[in-house]
Design a protein around this ligand. Sequence first.
Ligand code: F6R
Length: 242
Amino acid sequence: MPPKTYKYKLVSGEDFGKAALETLQEAFDKARTYPLVVLPTGNTPKPLYAAWRQTRAIPYDFRYVNLDQYRGIKFSDPRSYPLEIKREVLDPLNQRLDEELIFDGNSDPKNQADKVETALKIEQGIDICILGIGQNGHIGFNEPYSEFNSRTRSVQLTHNTIEANKRHCEAHGGVPKDALTLGLGTIMEAKKIILLSNKPEITVKALHGRIMSKIPASILQRHPDVTVVGTPMVSAQLRLAR
Ligand code: F6R
């Protein structure tokens, strides 16, 4: 018998940030106290973070889990992902960083990956995992052909991702070629996943196409509790595909 797949819940709204914030608020309301929350960087979550800072609609404390980080750079590097989250979310919301849950891109990658996996086990797993999706279907930095049961590890970025991320890195020494990322298996163990998307084509492929490692996000079809927050264009395309 093939493994079970689940239908995701779709949330949309003219105001993407507000729709995402309401979805996150609902997830916080259902989660345990002081939940472990994965936060992505990039363009897609910016409206969510802006709405969160502005309204402070989620009054709870949480523990931030780093989704991915470039290798060979310091925490304080302008390209650093956890630094971006600290600036955009943690500082404005008075949340602190936990060293055990973030990657040091400048230390031994295997030790860093093991450190975060161990901390996740000790803390009893990720409660809420917020994700964006890359043009090539990556989630975190799990690039096409990543193993579905992969754990947190060092990866090489594809040409496609390096090109896509130039806009953030060009002024600061370019896009590093390697990164640390939570694995697909690690992400799939999260109790709740919220996928934020502004990319209609790849999102429809991932959620309605064949589940295959060429499109890493397609594994989300096998997670029992996924909510997709789409921009109006993404939501329209997903409704057509349902
Ligand atoms: C970022 C991350 C990536 C991005 C994806 C989409 O921490 O893990 O998977 O979510 O590349 O990036 P944007 O939102 O910039 O289009």
